[in-house]
Design a protein around this ligand. Structure first.
Ligand SMILES: [Zn+2]
Length: 191
């Protein structure tokens, strides 16, 4: 018999033991330095309970009147910048990795998205001829989150999009692949 113990992640707050373990497994793909970097910048990951809505758990969303719960299909996850918190309605690996990409963007920017002002990221986005997934083309923040997800290679089997992998990222968009490689090699290791 082979059992693999999953170390609970200190980033994950709440959720059942099984859900927290599943989220921790996806987060582990980012590696310890990136996780420690996020933790040191106050990032949290909060799974919603069965009957909880986003507005029940996020004071910012309530105050801002952002009623994502009323959308025809509420998002599987979202990141609230001013709370530095990932909220998850789904713990699917792809959702966890995408939202954590936003969290790292915010941690790197010291509370705002670095992708919003960083010239290298903006240039890579502006000059991109192809994108690692269609969603990466929809804005700078989504571009960064999807490229981060590709770099750590976390996918859901049923996704209709091309599998987001480090190899695919390097082949479709070498400049952002090199930028992210540098983050993992240096910025997260020696912040
Ligand atoms: Zn997103």
């Amino acid at each position: 018999m082979c059992t693999k113990a999953v170390t609970p992640s200190p980033l994950v707050v709440g959720g059942s033991r099984a859900v927290a373990a599943s989220i921790a497994t996806s987060l582990a793909r980012f590696g310890e330095p990136a996780l420690a970097f996020a933790a040191s910048r106050g990032i949290r990951v909060v799974p919603l309970g069965g009957s909880q809505r986003y507005r029940d758990v996020s004071a910012s969303l309530r105050r801002l009147g952002v009623d994502v719960d009323a959308w025809p299909v509420p998002p599987a996850g979202l990141f609230v910048v001013e709370e530095r918190t990932v909220y998850l309605r789904s713990a699917s690996p792809m959702t966890v990795a995408h939202e954590f990409g936003h969290a790292l963007d915010c941690a790197l920017g010291g509370g705002v998205y670095r992708s919003g002002y960083d010239r290298e990221i903006r240039n890579a986005f502006a000059n991109a001829r192809d994108f690692v997934t269609p969603y990466a083309a929809t804005g700078l923040d989504e571009y960064f989150a999807e490229c981060m997800r590709a770099f750590v290679g976390v996918n859901d089997p049923h996704s209709p999009w091309p599998s987001a992998t480090r190899e695919r990222l390097r082949s479709v968009d070498p400049p952002i692949a090199a930028y992210i490689e540098e983050l993992f090699a240096r910025a997260f290791v020696d912040p």
